[in-house]
Structure formats: structure tokens, C-alpha cells
Design a protein around this ligand. Structure first.
Ligand code: GLN
Length: 477
């Protein structure tokens, strides 16, 4: 049994190269933890049993010294990322038995690097939610307090990393679904610049927002994974990554959007922790600058108009004829109602109805069009702020993890969970959530996250800031 505590990609890579243990030992150690812990926490939907070839291949790469840092590193993938020959259900009954005929581009790149895909992680249905309570296959529990949610929609991925069920997980982030569960589970969650990781093989939620991102224990691990999966891809026309490496700002200036933080509704413990984090950054030598993002308060509203619009369009294909599990009705028309009504859960149906409404003739201009105009304003707010700073910080979530069941009947409260994360998807900028301490709630210590936002394609600056904040690097800023 490999000691998994505090293991990182670098450490595991070193040990594999020095032959301290074999790839199979590492994989079996994680599988053992899954067998012990997953019946309680339900982070995984499936553990793959046919990975012998991948393990052998990785071991060969290591033995021949022909290896990348990811050779032999175990990954669990959110259930909306396609792996050839395996089910990808997107947490939905609609795709419960769908077996993917091909690998997502990100998966192909991981496999080429020798990574081992050991299973698939639970998620909110079609990535809609903040708690995994919308999964058709049960809720994932928070590793720090079983009575609380792990966050969502990549709740299974974040919990799996926090529980040591895997070294790395991939999630997808449309409005915060990598960062928010990472914050709730005390791990690092990274959302790349929109388009910098191919969406080919990612089951679509909202195509102009969706991006795949890694969930890891350290910022350095997130960086290693990102550098493997990023890149322009001929199979996704919206993908792009510049060829030249981004320069990292020499002296990093950190912007604090004070007015946005004083909007109310934010947990006192989160605000106190945030102020302490700002002071810590100042002590580390970062320059702290107050900034203004005047239209950011409209981001959540714009998000919840444009995203449902895209959802209603993307999910139209699941009718039980072209795609999705067919349910039999009284006649052909009834087949559609029964299939879509029976196979989609409540939240998905709510978004489809909302999206169809905002796109309908007569309302298109009033809602969809206006929300897109707001989107432009938000992008220019960020661009303007980034003339004076290199990184912007906010808490990742307005409060620590909430109780299972606490918000299920209040969708608006659920939506407010994304107030700090979704503006970044509206603009397309990259952002990372790093653990920044704990809040004491009813005798339990619950993790909190700090979000760093960067300029498009300046991921390197985010990694540098995050590593410094978590003491992963030397003293340079
Ligand atoms: N919680 C947000 C939503 O439900 C974000 C989802 C996501 O990032 N996939 O829309």
C-alpha cells in the first residue's frame, strides 16, 4: 500500500521513476481507498475494471525512461467527459446506458501521456447544480462533514480528490462547477480560459461557457495537468491556445473588488477569512489595489438567462429517437413527452423551460439579447480592471458547505452560490480556487476557498500567485 497522504504528481512521478513502487501499486492503493470510503461518500459512479493495458503501458513508459510526469498517475473523470468504451451518463437517466464510441480530446491527451483513468465521478445532471443533489444516481457527501454537500456540479470529482480516492480528477466548469466543489472540499480547482481546453467529447451544457478543468491537491499539480490537456484542437472550432508561452507578470498586483464584496448576503466567517487572506498576500509582498467592476452585480442574472437558452438548445437532441433512452408513450407525440419528462430531472426541465421562454419570439430581445449586452459590459469591466492589476481576488463561495436537503426547494438560493464564480464564465477569463482556511460551523471545521482570476491565457500568473499563497514556491512573486 502506497502512502497516499500528501502525495502529489511530482512526488509520485519521482517514486515511480526510482522504482520505489510500481504503477499497479499506486492504482491499487487508490482503488482500496475507494472500496473503503465510497460506500459512505458516493463520489464515484463506477470504478473501471479494464485498465490493465493502460497500467502496463504506463509502466513500460517509465521503464523505458520515455515518460511524462503523468505516466501512471490515476485520474477520475466527471461523468460528462467521454472515455471510449465506457458509459458517460452526465448524471442523467437519459444517458444511463450510453457507451462512448470515442475519447474526448482531453482524455486522449491524458492517455497519450500515460495517465490511468480509473473511474467516473458523480455530478449534477448535465452539470446543472451546486450540490450534486441533482444527480439521478444519488448525492455525494462532503468529506469534512457527511451531513453536508460536496458542492457541484463536479462534486464527485472534488470529493474523490479530497478523500484520496484519486490523485487527480477532471471536472467541467460552466459557472463554477470546478471551483465551488473544490472550495467545499478543501482542494484546488482550476478553470482555464474559455476555449483553451478542447470541448470535443465533453457533453455540452452551455457551449459558450463550458470548459474542462483539473481538480488537484496542489496548484503545481493543476498546472502540470493543464499543460498536458490544453491546446487548439481541430475537432473544436472554439478552441484556441497561443503558441508562445505567456509571460508572467514580474511584480504581481492583486485587485480587490471591494464594492462587489459589500453587496450583502455573504457569510461573516467568509468575509473575515477573505480579509485575512488579503493581508497574507500583502505580507507576502503582493501589491494590493482596490478595483471597481461596476456591472459585475448583473453577471448572475445574465448567466441565468444565457445559460438556460443554450441548455434548451443543446438538450433538444435528447428525444429518445435521435439521442437518449427511449420511453414509450401512447403515440409518437406522447413518446417525446414521456421520454423527456421521465428521463430528465426537475432542474434540467426547469432550465429547458426557462431557456425556451427567453429565446421565444417576443421575449428574445427583452431577455436573451439584453443579457448578451450585459455580457459585453462585464467583459469590458474585467479588461479595464486588468489594465491596473494582474490578478483579481474574491472568495470562491459566499458561505461554506451547506446541509444536504437545505436548499433543494429553493433554486434561487442555489443559484446565488455562484455569485463569485459565474462572472468569470460570462467573460471567459481563467480562475483558480485554492484552500484558504476553515470556518467553524456547528463544531465542524469546513474548508473555504479563495478565487484568483486572471487575464485570458495568463494562467501562468495565476499558478504563480496560487503557489506563493499556498507556500508551494520559493519567495519570488
Ligand atoms: N451551478 C451552476 C449552474 O448550475 C454552474 C454549473 C457548472 O459550472 N456546470 O448553472
Amino acid at each position: 500500500m502506497v502512502d497516499l497522504k500528501d502525495l502529489t504528481i511530482k512526488k509520485a512521478h519521482k517514486a515511480l521513476i526510482k522504482k520505489e513502487y510500481k504503477v499497479i501499486d499506486l492504482v491499487e492503493s487508490y482503488k482500496k481507498v475507494i472500496a473503503e470510503k465510497d460506500p459512505t461518500y458516493h463520489a464515484c459512479l463506477e470504478v473501471f475494471s479494464d485498465i490493465d493495458d493502460q497500467v502496463e503501458n504506463a509502466q513500460r513508459m517509465i521503464d523505458n525512461s520515455n515518460t511524462s510526469e503523468l505516466a501512471g498517475i490515476p485520474f477520475i473523470l466527471k461523468d460528462n467527459i467521454l472515455v471510449k468504451g465506457h458509459v458517460a451518463s452526465a448524471g442523467s437517466k437519459m444517458l444511463e446506458n450510453f457507451v462512448s464510441p470515442y475519447d474526448a480530446t482531453a482524455v486522449r491527451k491524458l492517455k497519450d501521456a500515460g495517465a490511468i483513468i480509473i473511474g467516473r465521478a458523480n455530478m449534477d445532471e448535465f452539470a446543472m447544480g451546486v450540490s450534486t443533489e441533482n444527480s439521478a444516481f444519488g448525492t455525494t457527501r462532503n468529506p469534512f462533514d457527511k451531513s453536508r454537500v460536496a458542492g457541484g456540479s463536479s462534486g464527485g470529482s472534488a470529493a474523490a480528490v479530497a478523500l484520496d480516492e484519486t490523485l487527480v480528477a477532471l471536472g467541467s466548469d460552466t459557472g463554477g462547477s470546478v471551483r465551488q466543489p473544490s472550495s467545499f472540499c478543501g482542494v484546488v480547482g482550476f478553470k482555464p480560459t474559455y476555449g483553451s481546453v478542447s470541448r470535443f467529447g465533453l457533453i455540452a451544457m452551455a457551449s459558450s461557457f463550458d470548459v474542462i478543468g483539473p481538480i488537484t491537491r496542489t496548484v503545481e499539480d493543476a498546472e502540470i495537468v493543464f499543460n498536458v490537456i490544453r491546446g487548439t484542437d481541430a475537432l473544436d472550432s472554439t478552441s484556441f491556445y497561443p503558441k508562445e508561452p505567456n509571460k508572467v507578470s514580474e511584480k504581481i498586483r492583486v485587485g480587490v473588488p471591494r464594492e462587489f464584496l459589500s453587496m450583502g448576503g455573504i457569510d461573516e466567517r467568509v468575509l473575515k477569512n477573505f480579509d485575512e487572506s488579503v493581508e497574507r498576500l500583502r505580507d507576502l509582498g503582493f501589491e494590493i489595489v482596490d478595483i471597481d467592476l461596476p456591472n459585475i452585480k448583473y453577471a448572475l442574472s445574465a448567466y441565468y438567462i444565457i445559460v438556460p437558452a443554450e441548455v434548451s438548445s443543446n438538450l433538444a437532441r435528447f428525444d429518445g429517437v435521435k439521442y437518449g433512452a427511449h420511453l414509450e408513450g401512447k403515440d409518437v407525440i406522447d413518446d417525446y413527452f414521456v421520454t423527456r419528462g421521465g428521463n430528465f430531472g426537475r432542474e434540467v426541465r426547469r432550465r429547458i423551460i426557462l431557456g425556451t421562454y427567453v429565446l421565444s419570439s417576443g421575449y428574445y430581445d427583452a431577455f436573451y439579447h439584453k443579457a448578451n449586452a450585459v455580457r459585453d459590459r462585464i467583459k469590458s469591466d474585467y479588461n479595464k480592471a486588468f489594465e491596473n492589476v494582474d490578478v483579481i481576488i474574491t472568495p470562491t463561495t459566499p458561505a461554506p458547505a451547506f446541509k444536504i436537503g437545505e436548499k433543494v426547494n429553493d433554486p434561487l438560493q442555489m443559484y446565488l452560490e455562484d455569485v463569485f464564480t459565474c462572472p468569470v464564465n460570462v467573460s471567459g477569463n481563467p480562475a483558480i480556487s485554492v484552500p484558504c482556511g476553515f470556518a467553524e460551523v456547528e463544531g465542524e471545521k469546513l474548508p473555504l476557498g479563495l478565487q484568483f482570476i486572471g487575464r485570458p491565457y495568463e494562467e501562468a500568473t495565476l499558478f504563480k500567485t496560487g503557489k506563493r499563497f499556498l507556500n508551494e514556491s520559493d519567495g519570488s512573486i
